[in-house]
Design a protein around this ligand. Structure first.
Ligand SMILES: Cc1ncc(COP(=O)(O)O)c(C=O)c1O
Length: 404
């Protein structure tokens, strides 16, 4: 009889967003007259920009003609997109990354989950707390997290990097030596960032100990401040210790199209092997490439018009973030994030847990949020609000919260 992967059985309860969906469904059933405003899940609401739509149409036309039809894409991605990324995301910021170090994918979620396949089974994993849950759960599925302790909300074998208000929700260097460190800035869920100097400390630390940093830059397009790095490769020495994840989801509204990339410098070696070659082998075996039309759409993001239009869309969401930040702050709430990120992290009123604060906003304002405790124990006492709504619903949500 088949022995299933027992690690799956160690995963706790429901996925956070399923639990929220269930609570919201129950509330809606009990209060059918109440319209809900969703400031919870981090999905975008604005349509794809015209430059992307034009590129999609053109690519679809190509696919309908035998002379220009495209079958299986190269599993590392088309050269036209890898070159556009190398030029605009890296060379333009002084980062030494070549097109053949870019692996195109169907998004950063799958890459962040799959990437751990190239790490050994006993690799010690460090994650921030609170954290984007995929890093934790994918390592738990592979048996690297140990067992989940329901009382503490932590896994026995993970190294947690607590992120607290006192440090602006930036993690501190661990006291136990990790092999892999997941970092994400601008951060989901806290909206926090680190400066270039702070990130350099992590790069120096990883190089000193031989650790590898998996740097999730999914929200880099939201950076507004000059000393916040857009890529870990802006730091000296990152080529020998870092892998970067990129996503088109929030940058250009591709959550429904699906496109991302993982950057692995050829200088990154462990055990005498380049991680680039391992990932190339993994992708070559298990991934058949992102669709041609989507990669053409991705290329259009880097055109003159695409860059202007997507920047305007990011600015639209950042205006929402400002509205949420200032609105909540004006009501006396303590707020973080929302300046270089589409997420605003709000401290729950004294004595309220994350879930109590979530229920309070749902029941009294019809506003759906995300309880901070769902992202890890250090998220307890906080709530995440997202700026991805339409302007009118964000305004309406703020008015309703003010009237609670
Ligand atoms: C930190 C982080 N990384 C990755 C992703 C997923 O990106 P993608 O849509 O490219 O899979 C998200 C989405 O919410 C995220 O918050």
């Amino acid at each position: 009889m088949l022995d299933i992967n027992q690690n799956f059985l160690k995963l706790p309860g429901n996925y956070l967003f399923s639990t929220i969906a269930q609570k919201v469904a129950e509330f809606s059933a009990a209060h059918p007259q109440q319209t809900l405003l969703r400031l919870g899940i981090g999905d975008v609401t604005q349509p794809l920009v015209p430059a992307v739509i034009d590129a999609l149409h053109a690519a679809v036309t190509e696919m309908g003609d035998a002379a220009t039809f495209h079958g299986y894409p190269p599993d590392q991605g088309y050269e036209f997109l890898r070159s556009a990324m190398a030029e605009h995301d890296f060379a333009s910021r002084g980062c030494d990354i070549s097109a053949d170090e870019v692996f195109i994918s169907d998004g950063a979620k799958s890459d962040s989950g799959n990437l751990q396949e190239i790490f050994g089974p006993t690799a010690r994993i460090a994650v921030c707390d609170p954290v984007y849950p995929v890093y934790v759960d994918s390592n738990a599925m592979a048996g690297r997290a140990g067992t989940f302790n329901e009382n503490t909300g932590t896994w026995t074998d993970l190294i947690y990097l607590p992120c607290r208000a006192a440090t602006g929700f930036a993690p501190e260097l661990p006291t136990v030596t990790p092999d892999v460190i997941y970092l994400c800035f601008p951060n989901n869920p806290t909206g926090a960032t680190v400066t270039r100097d702070e990130l350099q400390r992590w790069v120096d630390y990883a190089n000193r100990l031989g650790a590898v940093i998996v740097y999730d830059a999914a929200y880099e397009a939201f950076i507004t401040e000059a000393d916040v790095p857009h890529s870990i490769f802006e730091c000296d020495g990152a080529r020998t210790c870092a892998i970067e994840l990129r996503s088109f989801s929030k940058t250009a509204g591709f959550t429904g199209l699906r496109l991302g990339a993982t950057i692995i410098p050829r200088d990154l070696t462990r055990g005498g092997v380049t991680l680039h070659s391992l990932w190339a082998r993994r992708q070559g075996t298990k991934f058949n490439g992102a669709p041609y039309i989507v990669q053409r759409a991705g290329e259009a993001v880097y055109s003159e018009a695409g860059r202007q239009q997507t920047a305007a869309q990011v600015a639209y969401y950042l205006d929402n973030a400002t509205m949420i930040r200032e609105g909540m702050s004006g009501l006396g709430y303590e707020v973080f994030g929302g300046i270089n990120a589409p997420y605003v992290w709000v401290t729950a009123p004294a004595g309220m847990t994350s879930w109590a604060f979530f229920n309070h906003l749902l029941e009294n304002a019809g506003v759906v949020s995300t309880p901070g405790s769902g992202f890890g124990p250090h998220g307890e006492g906080y709530l995440r609000l997202t700026a991805f709504g339409a302007r009118e619903s964000t305004e309406e949500a703020m008015t309703r919260i003010a009237n609670v």
